[in-house]
Ligand binder design. Structure first.
Ligand code: FAD
Length: 404
């Protein structure tokens, strides 16, 4: 595709698809826009599902990504309740047999919750608003919850259930919760939050098999039961509908650094489903985080319209757990050393206010804070520039109040 497109078709009406539509318009695109979504519900945001919605402080209307006026202003044709089932060039085929042809296609079909073979139907997962409605109702009736998987979503659900007074057990196969994002050492701080909140946290333990929808046999030979069982063991890219096209689907859909799908012409992909070339990692990387989908939507819109690329954003992730905001800046997974920057959490003191710096050799590659938002601000540009240890560890006058 060499000319500016006249019709852009976006597949997947979640965060990435919605932001792609918005970014195309704000970059000046005046042609036709069509947004296709598998779910019948109008586009909504997912982070509140395991936070405000589960806690009961928000109702479903508040998670909507667009209101009527916003939708009208974007002049987008929205087709919901139809899955895309095939892609031929830049023509998308839908489950009802119809098809939509664009000059450019943007894919943002996200992920589905990972399951365990033989998982009973009443074991819950949390990806969609319907999942959240069901989980919230089930927790309201229950006294006990078993969460399999101590990642961000499992932690947030465990937190909500503890606030409602449920007995909560969390099984985590790795040595610490949230270890994939935080690493083992800082994951140990997250573990302390679980334990302080009264969660029965069992690390290094996985599910051997389900005995029924409420009972599991664990890898250490125990049998555990709860009225509600939630599986939060990660996700699988929603790319099955692209099978057979010769695309690299080995870890989501392989793209270049501007979201162009390798081996196609006029097709881009972004968000949870897409593995973008990451020059800093030196390989493709798939990020399953809110800010990443938003940033990528901006990059894709500019690329589709042939505009110059904006500077790359520093990755950012957050999670609300047990009354603290955990914030992750950069690429902590590249680090070979973790250094305390603020607070005493890594030395066994309070977790709140702790900020950890992640170094690869002499270079700062990431920062993780626990209720340390104001301190973290200083380090974002240092992560962006890959500052050296001496620069990072030089003391500066910083705010010491108002840190939660
Ligand atoms: P999605 O928002 O999942 O949208 C994909 C859409 O595509 C879906 O609506 C799906 O139905 C649709 N679709 C799938 N297949 C097809 C098809 N074949 N045809 C048409 N449509 C299709 N991230 C953070 O950084 N911080 C958080 O605190 C946080 N909390 C979260 C809490 C929960 C409960 C969940 C589920 C996610 C959370 N995330 C969080 C992750 C964040 O929401 C995602 O990274 C973001 O939604 C990714 O956007 P996306 O557009 O790639 O995918």
């Amino acid at each position: 595709m060499s000319q500016r497109p006249e019709h852009v078709v976006v597949v997947g009406a979640g965060l990435g698809g919605v932001r792609a539509v918005e970014q195309l318009r704000s970059c000046g695109f005046q042609g036709r826009l069509t947004l296709l979504g598998a779910e019948r519900r109008a586009p909504y945001d997912r982070p509140p599902l395991s936070k405000q919605f589960l806690l009961g402080t928000w109702e479903a209307e508040r998670v909507a990504l667009w209101d009527e006026a916003g939708l009208a202003a974007l002049d987008v044709t929205l087709r919901l309740g139809q899955s895309a089932v095939a892609l031929h060039g830049t023509t998308v085929e839908l489950a009802d047999g119809s098809s939509v042809r664009g000059d450019a296609v943007v894919l943002a079909t996200g992920v589905t919750a990972r399951r365990i073979a033989g998982q009973p139907a009443d074991v819950r997962t949390l990806r969609t608003l319907d999942d959240a409605v069901g989980l919230r109702a089930a927790l309201a009736e229950a006294q006990s919850l078993l969460v399999v998987g101590g990642g961000f979503i499992g932690a947030e659900v465990a937190h909500a259930a503890r606030l409602s007074g449920l007995r909560v057990t969390v099984l985590e196969a790795l040595a610490a919760p949230c270890e994939r994002v935080l690493g083992a050492q800082v994951g140990g701080l997250a573990a302390r939050l679980f334990i302080a909140a009264g969660v029965d946290l069992r690390c290094g333990v996985s599910v051997r098999r389900f005995l029924d929808g409420r009972t599991v046999e664990t890898s250490d030979g125990d049998t555990l039961s709860a009225e509600v069982v939630l599986l939060g063991i990660g996700s699988v890219p929603a790319v099955g509908w692209l099978d057979g096209l010769g695309l690299d689907l080995s870890n989501g859909l392989a793209c270049d650094g501007a979201g162009r799908v390798l081996g196609t012409d006029g097709v881009w992909a972004l968000g949870d489903m897409a593995a973008w070339a990451d020059p800093i990692r030196g390989r493709r990387h798939r990020s399953e985080h809110w800010t990443s989908a938003v940033d990528q939507a901006g990059v894709v819109a500019r690329s589709v319209l042939g505009l110059a690329a904006a500077p790359a954003a520093v990755p950012y992730v957050w999670s609300d757990q047990f009354g603290l905001k955990i914030q992750v800046v950069g690429r902590p997974d590249l680090a070979d050393d973790v250094v305390p920057l603020h607070g005493d959490g890594l030395a066994g003191g309070p977790v709140a206010g702790t900020l950890a710096g992640y170094f690869a050799g002499d270079r700062l590659v990431g920062v993780v804070g626990f209720g340390a938002a104001r301190h973290l601000l200083r380090y974002r540009p240092l992560v962006a520039s890959g500052a050296d240890r001496a620069t990072v560890l030089t003391p500066v006058n910083e705010p010491t109040v108002g840190v939660r």
